[in-house]
Design a protein around this ligand. Sequence first.
Ligand SMILES: Cc1cc2nc3c(=O)[nH]c(=O)nc-3n(C[C@H](O)[C@H](O)[C@H](O)COP(=O)(O)O)c2cc1C
Length: 215
Amino acid sequence: MASDDVPEKIYPLGYEPQESPDASDPNVRNNLLDFILKSGPTEIVDTDLFAVMAKRRSTRKFSDNPVETIKIDKIIAAADTAPTAGNFQGFEIFYIKSPEKKKLLVEACNKQPYVDAPVVLIFCKNPSRVKFDFPDYILKKFAIQDATLAAGYSQLAAQALGLSSIWIGMFDEQKVMDIIKTDLVPSSVLCIGYPEQTKFPKSRRNLKDLVHVIW
Ligand SMILES: Cc1cc2nc3c(=O)[nH]c(=O)nc-3n(C[C@H](O)[C@H](O)[C@H](O)COP(=O)(O)O)c2cc1C
């Protein structure tokens, strides 16, 4: 503890939010989260959710431009706003900074070269956080939904911040777990950066074919 009433701020080695509240009130649970969500960047960010959704397009070629720390903070904070089963937050985010580990991840992700992206986040399931008195398979089901939804929120946040991303689902779970040294099973790898080229969104099947109305 830094003093009697102000808790010391401790972040994972290599990750510290660019900005954090000066006076951290321990009674305000979402202090840092709210602060990051409300703070910069000062450049224009797309705040129209539907425009963000309409424009999003996966990118597999990223420019070398580094992603600003405040944007990474916001992408991570966005994940933390997603709903989770019972609000137990049955997922963890691994933020890969090591270039060597990114190279190993390319290999673990079926040799997909773009996994070596400026920002690589691995979303893992953590069913042990889901404290419902339900069978194990239900807790696992909740954890995969928690992790997937959180990654989806991050993906949209990245788009809103002028970035692009690729969702990686094709990977060897055990290899990824060995690389990041965890016993938590990954659900997705989200690779983010500035796109080399902005592309038009892909087409989808007709919306009316997607919806099945049950009376
Ligand atoms: C569950 C899931 C798994 C995916 N796995 C991969 C992958 O391993 N490699 C890849 O290049 N793209 C992967 N993608 C990206 C999809 O190919 C992409 O989202 C899809 O073609 C639609 O394009 P869009 O994102 O531009 O709309 C995955 C997407 C999802 C949702």
